[in-house]
Design a protein around this ligand. Sequence first.
Ligand SMILES: [Zn+2]
Length: 209
Amino acid sequence: MKAGDPTREAGNGKYPTTGQISVSCARSGAFLPKGTVDLFRGEKFVYFDYALSQVLSDVITLGIKRVVISYDIACKYNINFHKRISHKDWPLMTDEEREELKAMDIMWLVPKFHLASHVDDCQDRYSFNWTVNVGRTCGEIVEVNWASLNLLATSTREMGEGYRKDTLNDAKIDANWRKAINEGMGRHACVIILFELMCVIRTSVVENV
Ligand SMILES: [Zn+2]
């Protein structure tokens, strides 16, 4: 058993859902459409593969040519990403999308706080500080999103599946709406503008929600 093994199981199987992952814009913090997936019995690469491939499909449609993906274990996760989404039995993208993805400039980085716990070899290769055109992005913004969502955990853990999903969905839409209002522009416009400058995606996990 190892991280990323699709057959790996964690937890005691008592709960139908043990957490959730979401993909958000690393600049605005907006939750991205189709980027949320429930976890069942542990954190496996396959959940991230699905969420990320859905978001990347939209990125391809928008014509973006450069994407920076910030993920706590990007150094390991990125190694077989293209191979996994091209699986012959359950491909996560169409042939056309995968061709476009290969032509894109995809950069994998580790968020600044998390990078400190990686081995020396990762410190240079996956550092925002050593990457051009990312500004002072920390890559950790999704942690801020979880801070508010985690307050719902004691309520959602007792809910049925439908109520739980509706509640979390409402909370994320509300978070996006409040960002849009506070930034003085529509959320969609905000995300598009950021995408045009540079698409920085951040993925992470929240447990027990
Ligand atoms: Zn590493």
